[in-house]
Design a binder for this molecule. Structure first.
Ligand code: 5GP
Ligand code: MN
Length: 335
């Protein structure tokens, strides 16, 4: 056990401690974060598979529905919602890819005393909210931590390899983002060597748009504003745009990347006003602004180059003003 973490006395646990605790489990629940992305789906399905293979009765659960386009990938279609687990008891609960407890949404009701037994994550902003906490920001995806667990407990077959590759491929933007280092490529190469394929993941993650989602994208692109001498660009999807196109918040996946693609822009922001009144803010940076830090100060979290927060304002404009002020300050602090 060692104490790490910036400005915190939190005790973090080694992977050996985590593996030893997993081996004690009989009935385990693996929980991923709300608005699940590829890494959440991959880490939940991968860890559930590993546990089942060592004789643990394990179930994967995410509070929001797994996007339909991931359900063709191994294990993803078996992830359940919290309501399907009411009355079920687990001796081991594990959260994956969630940097704080709020990120698992209604699945918190399934935890004993509001705390998972094991917390596995890779966000530098993680607060350490489990009984055992293992967070490795040097891993580009939580799926890589699950891969390291797999190496210690099972023989990785093609199905498990495919499930783990999803998280690595999507959290690195298909090996394009700044987090694509040697470890990422070696981990992915190992999985491909075991029979996993990138192409079905790319098809699922990148080629699933509906016509209405493309029309929503067009509407969002028309809202883009560029400020701070071209270094900050932002766009919005408001409730009426969702209503007019018949889309939901899930249809906005990948939109922020289109703002980020603008030449000369360091920080891209997308504001998404959900029908619930909540506003989800997605932040991306290219090379020097730590948006994870900005998002944490706004009550969210994430990585230096990709982060987010969820706010409940009176008006969308209120959030836009608030976030733009925080990002502009961070930008000026870096210049
Ligand atoms: P996205 O912009 O794609 O929703 O999220 C980008 C990154 O920020 C992801 O790593 C995600 O886990 C993190 N993130 C997004 N929204 C939130 C949030 O509301 N709270 C926290 N803690 N992290 C978030
Ligand atoms: Mn992740």
């Amino acid at each position: 056990m060692k104490a790490v973490g910036e400005g915190t006395l939190k005790v973090w646990n080694s992977l050996d401690e985590v593996v030893a605790r997993l081996q004690e489990a009989k009935k385990a629940l693996v929980i991923g974060h709300v608005m699940p992305d590829g890494d959440a789906v991959s880490s939940v399905s991968g860890l559930t598979m590993i546990l089942n293979r060592i004789g643990v009765h394990a179930v994967g659960c995410i509070a929001d529905e797994v996007p339909w386009y991931f359900c063709s990938l191994p294990g993803a279609g078996e992830i359940v919602r919290p309501v399907q687990l009411q009355g079920k008891a687990f001796d081991t609960t594990i959260t994956v890819d969630a940097s704080d407890l709020a990120r698992i949404g209604d699945a918190t009701d399934l935890l004993q005393e509001g705390m998972p037994d094991i917390m596995l994550d890779h966000h530098a902003t993680n607060v350490g909210f489990g009984r055992l906490n293992h967070c490795d920001p040097h891993c580009a995806a939580t799926a890589m931590i699950v891969q390291a667990i797999a190496e210690r407990l099972v023989t990785i077959d093609r199905e498990l390899a495919q499930s783990l590759l999803l998280g690595i491929a999507t959290d690195t933007g298909f090996f394009r983002h700044a987090n694509t280092d040697e470890k990422v490529l070696l981990s992915a190469a190992q999985l491909v060597g075991l029979g996993a394929r990138i192409q079905p993941i790319a098809t699922a993650a990148l080629e699933h748009r509906s016509l209405s989602s493309i029309k929503l994208l067009a509407a969002m692109l028309n809202t883009i504003q560029v400020v701070e001498e071209g270094r900050l660009a932002y766009g919005q999807v408001n409730a009426s745009m969702l209503e007019e196109t018949g889309c939901t918040e899930e249809d906005t996946v990948g939109f922020v990347a289109e703002i980020h693609a603008l030449h000369g822009v360091e920080v891209a922001i997308l504001f998404i006003e959900a029908s619930t009144g909540q506003v989800h803010v997605s932040l991306r940076s290219k090379s020097y602004v730590d948006v994870g830090r900005v998002a944490t100060a706004l009550g969210g979290g994430g990585h230096p180059r990709a982060a987010g927060c969820t706010l409940r304002p009176e008006h969308l404009e209120q959030v836009i003003d608030h976030v733009l002020t925080a990002v502009a300050k961070a930008l000026r602090g870096c210049s």
